[in-house]
Design a protein around this ligand. Structure first.
Ligand SMILES: [Cu+2]
Length: 87
């Protein structure tokens, strides 16, 4: 997994302590919802990767635990109230 991340982000951006969290996400009705959620993480410091699947109703996030918490990631998903993370 770290090798894969290195290829995507480049060695200099590669966190040595990257963690992964997956959430079930309620409220997505189409692929655009998944894209919408994914786009919320553009430029969010400490989130290296955001994968959201509408068919699976799920989001997987790779993050730096020194900079961001799973609760903060969940709050970004739920911002605006359209989607709900099942914790
Ligand atoms: Cu949608």
């Amino acid at each position: 997994m770290f090798d894969k991340l290195k290829k995507i982000f480049g060695a200099e951006e590669m966190p040595t302590n990257a963690a992964t969290v997956a959430f079930e996400i309620e409220g997505m009705t189409c692929n655009h919802c998944a894209m919408n959620i994914r786009n919320r993480f553009d430029g969010v410091e400490g989130v290296f990767r955001a994968e959201v699947s509408f068919p699976e109703g799920k989001g997987t996030f790779v993050y730096d635990p020194d900079k961001v918490t799973p609760e903060q990631i969940a709050a970004i998903i739920e911002d605006g109230g359209s989607y709900k993370v099942r914790r």
